[in-house]
Each structure stands twice: as structure tokens, then as C-alpha cells.
Write a protein that binds this ligand. Structure first.
Ligand code: NAP
Length: 241
């Protein structure tokens, strides 16, 4: 592969790919998580200022291929990437993780949005939220009789009816089982990230017969090439210089 790649990151596979990129390429992060300090490629942090800002960056930095390896729920940056690449006249490739599929014994219920989630939660008392920080905005809405457990990257204060736990994956099944038991979880709330690192919670829910409310994946834009695995993407990039 000749030319200069801009890799949009935010998930584990993106970091693994960034580790294979030489110094002419750029790895871009939103700035929410940790910023690696040991990469050979260039690292930039923070937004571009929408699709127009990203298109300008692509031109100014002489990028010849945009690779979107962001999280499947990070729909805004994916839309911006597809549109900016079109404006800049370069291809946009994307790593699109396959969604988890329910197995025998699973009780998965898909919800559209926060309102649908709150409605679907009504029969339950002890939900475990694994959606990141978004539920923190809703702590005042916890109905009487519900006790929430909320897991996010960083711990922060909850309230009398919500414990907030800070933890980063990968998660292990024994720890997930212990968490479900300690917090007496009767329903799990999750995105369908498709990540191996966060899948053990689904195994525990299956084991314990706990229903799972899954926030529907957002629609993502068409791109020039989409890959469902890092190995497929890496092979197509042919990074031997
Ligand atoms: P989002 O709503 O799609 O993006 C919001 C804004 O953040 C974008 O418009 C862009 O700002 C900036 N941005 C996002 N990813 C960027 C990147 N790789 N490099 C530079 N700027 C970036 O995304 P989000 O859901 O807030 O997620 C933010 C980041 O966290 C993403 O990179 C995503 O991969 C990662 N992440 C998200 C989730 C999730 O559940 N959503 C989970 C794990 C990791 P400008 O418009 O100013 O360019």
C-alpha cells in the first residue's frame, strides 16, 4: 500500500492496526480513552469539526485512504468519514464488527432508544447498565423499587439507588458472574458491540437466565469497502512498504 492512511480509532482492533502502521500514517482518537504513547505512526487527538473539517484535514494532510475503525455505535464520526472521503475524492474503508447473535436459551429484547429502554425495564428491579456514561444523565428518573448498577470506564458518584462502577475490559466470566450475584442483577442492558472483550456478560446472563435488553445498532453509511475482521482489513491494506 502506498500513500498515507488516516485511521479513525476508538476500539481495540483499531489500536492493533495502528501498531502495524509506519510513521507516514496517522491514527486519530476522539480523546475519550487512553492515548497510546508507543506507536510508530503519528497520533492525533480530538474532533475535526464535523464532516467539513475532516474533509479539509484529509486534503491538507495529503491522506490517500480513510479507514474508519470506530465503534459500531459511533455513528456520527462514521457518517462524517464517508461524506468527507467523498468530498476529498479518496476511498473510505471501514471495519464493521459483526453483531452478536442470540443463542439457544437467550432472552434478548431489542430496544430502539432510551424511552423504549425505560419502558422495557418496568418489570425489573435490579438492572445492570453497560452502555457507558449515558445513563448517568438519567439517575433522577430511577423509578421507585429499582436499584441500578451502572458500569462505565471511570467510576463516579451514583446516588442512593444507583452504584456506579468504573471498569475497563476485557472482562472475565468469573468476575462477571460475581458482579451479577453481588448486585443481584435481574436484567442486563447492553449495546450490541460484537466485541469479544465484553461478551462474557452475555454468557453469564445466559447461564443465570437473566434477560438482556439490547440497544439497537445505529445505521451506518455505505463505504467503498467494508471488512468484518481485522485480518481481512490488514490483508487488503498490504502494509509491507
Ligand atoms: P460519535 O458520536 O460518532 O462522534 C462524536 C464526535 O467525536 C465526532 O463527530 C468527532 O468530532 C469526534 N470523534 C469520534 N471519533 C473520533 C476519532 N476517532 N478521531 C477524531 N474525532 C473523533 O462517537 P461517540 O459515540 O461519541 O464515540 C467517541 C469515540 O469513542 C469514537 O471514536 C468511538 O469509536 C469510541 N467508542 C465509542 C463507543 C460507543 O458506545 N459509542 C464505545 C467505545 C468506544 P468532530 O465532528 O469534531 O470531528
Amino acid at each position: 500500500m502506498t500513500g498515507r492512511i488516516l485511521l479513525l480509532g476508538g476500539v481495540t482492533e483499531a489500536l492493533a492496526l495502528a501498531r502495524q502502521l509506519g510513521p507516514q500514517h496517522v491514527y486519530s482518537l476522539a480523546g475519550i480513552g487512553r492515548v497510546p504513547q508507543d506507536l510508530a505512526c503519528q497520533v492525533r487527538v480530538g474532533g475535526f469539526g464535523g464532516a467539513a473539517g475532516l474533509a479539509s484535514y484529509l486534503r491538507e494532510a495529503g491522506i490517500s485512504l480513510l479507514v474508519d475503525a470506530t465503534h459500531p455505535y459511533a455513528a456520527q464520526i462514521s457518517r462524517n468519514a464517508a461524506s468527507a472521503a467523498r468530498v476529498a475524492g479518496i476511498p473510505c474503508w471501514a471495519l464493521r464488527r459483526p453483531a452478536w447473535q442470540a443463542q439457544a436459551g437467550d432472552d434478548w429484547r431489542e430496544v430502539e432508544d432510551w424511552a423504549g429502554l425505560i419502558e422495557a425495564l418496568k418489570p425489573f428491579c435490579r438492572p445492570l447498565f453497560t452502555l457507558g456514561r449515558e445513563p448517568l444523565q438519567h439517575l433522577h428518573e430511577i423509578p421507585p423499587g429499582q436499584f441500578w448498577t451502572l458500569r462505565a470506564l471511570e467510576a463516579c458518584p451514583g446516588n442512593a439507588r444507583c452504584e456506579v462502577i468504573g471498569a475497563r475490559g476485557p472482562f472475565h466470566i468469573e468476575d462477571e458472574r460475581a458482579l451479577f450475584q453481588r448486585r443481584r442483577v435481574d436484567v442486563l442492558i447492553s449495546k450490541n458491540s460484537g466485541s469479544v472483550a465484553t461478551e462474557p456478560k452475555l454468557e453469564v446472563a445466559r447461564e443465570l437466565g437473566v434477560p438482556v435488553l439490547i440497544l439497537k445498532r445505529p445505521p451506518l453509511p455505505e463505504v467503498d469497502r467494508a471488512f468484518d475482521s481485522l485480518s481481512g482489513l490488514t490483508a487488503a491494506l498490504d502494509l509491507r512498504e
